[in-house]
Design a binder for this molecule. Structure first.
Ligand code: COA
Ligand code: AMP
Length: 625
């Protein structure tokens, strides 16, 4: 039996014992006596009687163990030319003071704090300060527009917002403060106060009485101790795209999250305290929450916080420079980043300039990894390249390769095998299990393991409806795929209206809502078309109202601007096309899957239910332009 098979079998034989053993790796003020309570929550709750503090486990306990002088966060910003080492002791002191400042202004256990920040250490410090107080943070990605921020403020009703004067994108400074002001103006709820980190690239005007200088507040804060919370208390809300314009507030709890992430660091990534881990993502995404901030710190590692891009900051060798300079042992990024590097440096010339002897593996996630990209990286790096599959909802990998048990032989295109804790099945539309190798809906047998979302913020019924109702007894991942005869899981794509653009999860439904709001648009459809760099990009097809006031190309330009204004630049919506009609079934359902095939130039069969097949030719002609 392989190491993996033995571990998976041990978990299956006694999941409660497995998770209680994992929980013993953390400090608890009240250690859990039970791993699981099947009778509470939507599918049960983990560590129902345990009490702890996540910030204590991520920061203070390492200082108490004499590791205060080790680097906790390593900030490397090619955008500003800065490299900064923040030790565990410094992190403890800064987090405690910021927590004190927040507490002095009334933030306490259970209050929400919205964090809208670029990739600076203060973003992680703000998250940890909330965790320290038992306050619930909600980080919003910087590439979202004011309207998206407003939706999140209205839903989370934060007492405070922590933001910065600006973000830095290649070639432009992104002023955050006007976006924040506009969002607060639009939101139904108003925060009591805002802390604004003034960056030297662009200082913001502060609103008297509401906005305070972040640095001054942190410096003057009275160090606050860690507040003991229930393992089942929420640690954070992270909004992610659903199938409509209203995002889903994914809730993460303290105990299960800390246990699962801590265990994952050794089991999946093979990391030990003191070693350097780099997740090249953004704190605004789940990868950033889990593997820039919480997991590496819970494990006592050094986490690299990188403010830059894989290419252009300044060149496609940046990732390799960071790995070499800081002795990164494990790099985690999205396949898009590797595709971007490969496009600019196909021969790997930049790679050869750096000593990557300390890098042991590259892990990829966030979108399907095309085999040529994985093969290119493996060949150029000469290290294992491991694809692993997860979602914002699960918070950590559903399937992976496991360095603790010995990596599987490479299998480009597959996402590894199920992580102990996850029982993956493939079902057909009727809910029956399909044989190995056959495609179907990828589902996880309940209960979900620790670390997965127990609910949606203020929307328990939506959770039940979105994830638990289609296949009773299972969590529906909304991904399609298969499990092969050897147990490898192959993820082929989403079964809903979510697309993955450069590893960023976006809702085509939300974009359709924006397009439909244009006065000249009668109806529309947005699909994700295949893209060699970003994996997918959105393409919008619109039918204009008869007698539309503006010419077609003007409408198309306005629609592109409208999506950028309402959702944000991250939507990468650049392609709106006017079509005479949209293909529909006789019952009026838009045939989005067929449109997607046409956009990708793939063969398609004319659906028997279509009301008028000629429309497909019309669409083909418009998309060919
Ligand atoms: N704040 C403000 N704007 C942002 C932003 C942020 N945090 N992040 C992205 N944007 C903007 C970009 O500037 C760009 O704006 P533009 O339309 O004016 O050029 C737009 O959003 C799209 O950004 P992006 O999708 O990042 O495309 P890009 O062309 O700038 O870069 C890559 C392409 C491949 C280099 C980039 O997408 C990348 O690094 N991908 C890796 C993805 C990743 O790490 N995902 C995390 C999941 S693990
Ligand atoms: P997010 O919630 O942003 O992490 O996006 C989750 C979605 O990204 C999943 O449901 C998948 O569709 C896709 N995804 C993430 N990782 C992988 C992977 N390794 N292989 C294929 N698809 C992936």
């Amino acid at each position: 039996m392989s190491g993996y098979d033995a571990a998976y079998a041990a978990w299956r034989a006694d999941p409660e014992a497995w998770w209680l053993e994992a929980a013993a790796g953390l400090d608890w003020s009240v250690p859990p006596r039970r791993a699981f309570d099947a009778s509470s929550g939507l599918y049960g709750r983990w560590f129902p009687d345990g009490r702890l503090n996540t910030c204590h486990n991520a920061v203070d306990r390492h200082v108490a163990a004499g590791r205060g002088g080790h680097t906790a966060l390593l900030y490397d910003s090619p955008m500003t030319g800065r490299v900064e080492h923040i030790t565990y002791a410094t992190l403890q002191s800064r987090v405690a003071r910021l927590a004190g400042a927040l507490a002095a202004r009334g933030v306490g256990h259970g209050d929400r704090v919205l964090i809208y920040m670029p990739m600076v250490p203060e973003a992680a410090i703000a998250m940890l300060a909330c965790a320290r107080l038992g306050a619930i943070h909600s980080v919003v990605f910087g590439g979202f527009a004011a309207a998206e921020l407003a939706t999140r403020i209205t839903d989370a009703t934060p007492r405070a917002v922590i933001s910065a004067s600006c973000g830095l994108e290649p070639g432009r400074v992104v002023p955050y403060k006007p976006l924040l002001d506009a969002a607060i103006g639009m939101a139904a709820h108003k925060p009591d106060f805002c802390l604004v980190l003034q960056r030297e690239q662009l200082r913001a005007d502060l609103t008297p009485g509401r906005d305070f200088d972040y640095a001054a507040e942190e410096a003057a804060g009275e160090p606050h101790p860690c507040v003991e919370v229930a393992a089942t208390d929420p640690l954070y809300i992270l909004y992610t795209s659903g199938t409509t314009g209203k995002p889903k507030g994914i809730v993460r709890d303290h105990g299960g999250h800390a246990v699962a992430l801590h265990r994952s660091m050794s089991m999946i990534y093979g990391m030990a305290p003191g070693e350097v881990f780099w997740a090249a993502s953004d704190v605004g995404w789940v990868v950033g929450h889990s593997y820039i901030v919480y997991a590496p710190l819970l494990a006592g590692c050094t986490s690299v916080l990188f403010e830059g891009k894989p290419v252009g900051t300044p060149d496609p060798g940046t990732f390799w420079r960071v790995c070499a300079q800081h002795g990164v042992k494990l790099l985690f990024t999205a396949p898009t980043a590797i595709r971007a590097i490969k496009k600019e440096d196909p021969e790997g010339t930049h790679l050869a300039h750096h000593d990557l002897s300390r890098l042991e593996a590259l892990y990829l996630a966030g979108e399907r990894c095309d085999p040529p990209t994985a093969e290119w990286a493996a060949a150029k790096l000469g290290k294992p390249v491991v694809d692993h599959w997860w979602q914002t909802e699960t918070g950590w990998p559903i399937t992976a390769g496991f360095r603790e048990f010995g990596l599987f032989d490479p299998r480009p295109g597959a996402g590894g095998k199920p992580t102990p804790g996850f029982e993956v099945r493939v079902l057909d539309a009727s809910g029956a299990e399909v044989p190995p190798g056959a495609e179907g809906a990828l589902v996880i047998k309940l209960p979900l393991p620790p670390g997965c979302a127990p609910t949606l913020w203020n929307a328990e019924a939506r959770y039940r409806e979105a994830y638990l109702s289609t296949f009773p007894g299972f969590y529906d991942t909304s991904d399609a795929g298969m499990v092969d005869g050897e147990g490898f899981v192959w993820v082929m794509g989403r079964t809903d209206d979510i697309i993955n653009v450069a590893g960023h999860r976006l809702s085509t439904g939300a974009m359709e809502e924006v397009l439909a709001s244009h006065p000249d648009v009668a109806e529309c459809a947005v699909v994700g078309a295949a893209d060699g760099l970003k994996g997918q990009v959105p393409v919008g097809l619109v039918v204009l109202k008869s007698g539309a006031a503006r010419p077609e190309d003007q409408v198309a330009r306005e629609l592109v601007a409208l999506v950028r204004e309402r959702i944000g630049p991250v939507a990468a919506f650049r392609d709106a096309r006017v079509v005479p009609r949209l293909p529909k079934t006789r019952s009026g359902k838009i045939l989005r899957a067929t449109i997607r095939k046409i956009a990708d130039g793939q063969e398609f069969t004319v659906p028997p239910t279509i009301d008028d097949p000629v429309i497909l030719q019309e669409i083909q002609e418009v998309l060919a332009r």
